[in-house]
Ligand binder design. Structure first.
Ligand code: SAH
Ligand code: SF4
Length: 454
């Protein structure tokens, strides 16, 4: 979502004459878009700011235009005023729900700079009543085949380990028509695949033009009607919000890719309860089974946390059992990171760092093995691949299979944005190599013919 937010910030600043650049030394403005989810991510912000301060000072000495430093995202939201105190050279601190007001903040920062206030840092970490999405410009022509589209933000679930409800705010769903319009703009600009985003994307319940609530399944159905949009994905979903309509959508909408990120965090009911996840292992397994009945070749991805306070060896073994029972194509796994202000941070029986590391290594070894096996099992199959970027070698393109695996091909006849049928020739742990069989962008999708038997 930060990638999406950064793109939108660039778009809203374009009319002021700003364009994205790669070199902080030459930048008139630097925006750090930050993440607060784990300690490691948020620690990086102050060290990065230390480096930027030196660049800013150097520019001032050289007589170059002053550099504006802005900190956006969830660390900015969580730290607010404290950040301006700790790093007074920061000009703007803005939360994730306030970035539509960036042009106004930049103007204020420039005014403060011109007055030589030094302490004129601009702070905007309000959760505004009106949605930022109502104030953002149209999407420009895309630079790629695949794009993100935020449809839902925030969270009301309050898992005991998580900062999201405090930094992103309450659950909010964008109206259906606004999403369809943004999707059409992206597709008109060359996008062929959309990944719908939300902290709890399947809690989506936006209003349609009739004033009725639409769930994610219904939204996907409407998006699938957009001409030229070949692929739809969504992330991150929550097991509590997988409803019958969404399960059915996986069985009937070909553009909805057979790959789903469905985090469970732990395979122990005791830990799930302490995490306040609101479901048990049986519920999760039931959903996985229903989804696989609807779409037999569905590949799953997951998030896990090891070392949640009170997690015993037996709890951890239960997580390994769940992984073995489900079989994942891909996963992210993390050591529990106590976050300030969350209930779990104050729980007794925190797990030692050494234990967390041992558990993480064991879990990751199992997940790696599953991912390698999943990739190896696609060798010999012919899969639709959407080309997304050039490869490292001349004539090489990198694309993605329906299961989100990266595939390298060598071809002179295809370009980014093409969908082609590719014979998968070999597998590496994290990617595949293949040979293009044909190119037919207008070809009706054949996913259903290629589904594996369960
Ligand atoms: N809404 C999603 C997750 C969003 S946060 C869900 O409920 O599944 C993304 C991932 O970061 C989480 O799935 C979790 O695995 C990890 N995470 C969040 N807080 C964490 C913490 N305090 N320590 C370690 N990992 C954490
Ligand atoms: Fe965080 Fe996801 Fe739980 Fe919400 S549902 S509190 S975003 S982990």
């Amino acid at each position: 979502m930060n990638v999406y937010d950064s793109a939108r910030m660039a778009e809203i600043l374009a009319p002021l004459g700003y364009a994205p650049g790669n070199d902080p030394e030459a930048a008139d403005m630097v925006i750090l878009n930050t993440c607060h989810i784990r300690e490691k991510a948020s620690e990086k912000v102050y060290s990065e700011l230390g480096r930027l301060r030196k660049v800013k000072d150097r520019r001032a000495l050289d007589g170059a235009a002053p550099m504006v430093i802005a900190v956006a995202g969830c660390v900015a939201q969580a730290e607010g005023e404290e950040m301006l105190r700790r790093a007074p050279f920061v000009d703007i601190v803005l939360g994730p729900q306030a970035y539509h007001r960036l042009p106004e903040m930049v103007a204020r920062a420039h005014r403060a700079g011109a007055r030589g206030d030094g302490n004129g840092g601009v702070l905007d970490t309000e959760f505004p009543i009106d949605s930022k999405f109502d104030h953002l410009p149209d999407r420009p022509a895309a630079s790629g085949a695949s794009a993100f589209l935020s449809i839902q933000e925030g969270c009301d679930k309050f898992c005991t380990f998580c900062v999201v409800p405090y930094t992103r705010g309450a659950e909010f769903s964008r109206p259906v028509e606004q999403i369809l319009e943004e999707a059409r703009q992206l597709v008109d600009g060359g996008v062929r695949e959309l990944t719908l985003l939300g902290q709890n994307v399947n809690a989506y319940h936006g209003r349609d033009p009739m004033g009725c609530e639409a769930g994610l399944g219904s939204l996907v159905q409407r998006l699938a009607g957009i001409d030229g949009l070949a692929r739809i994905r969504y992330t991150t979903s929550h097991p509590r919000d997988v409803d019958a309509e969404l399960i059915a959508a996986h069985g009937t909408i070909d553009a909805l890719m057979p790959f789903l990120h469905l985090p469970v965090q732990s395979g122990s009911d005791r830990i799930l309860e302490a995490m306040n996840r609101g479901h048990d292992v049986a519920h999760y397994m039931g959903i996985v089974s229903d989804l696989r009945s609807a779409r037999p070749d569905l590949a799953l991805s997951c998030d896990f946390i090891v070392g949640f306070p009170g997690e015993t060896d037996a709890d951890f073994e239960a997580t390994l059992d769940l992984v073995r029972a489900v079989g994942y194509a891909h996963a992210y796994s993390f050591k529990y990171s106590p976050r300030p202000g969350t209930p779990a941070a104050g729980l007794p029986r925190q797990v030692s760092e050494t234990e967390k590391e041992e558990r993480l290594a064991r879990l990751q070894a199992l997940l790696e093995e599953q991912q390698s096996k999943f990739n190896a099992d696609t060798v010999g199959r012919d899969l639709d691949v959407l080309f997304e970027r050039p490869g490292r070698h001349a004539g090489q393109l990198v694309g993605r299979t329906p299961y989100n695996q990266a595939v390298h091909v060598t071809t002179d006849d295809h370009q980014i944005g093409d969908l082609a049928l590719v014979a998968i020739a070999s597998a590496r742990p994290h990617s595949l190599d293949g040979r293009v069989l044909d190119l037919n962008c207008a070809r009706p999708r054949k996913d259903s013919e290629e589904r594996l038997s369960a």
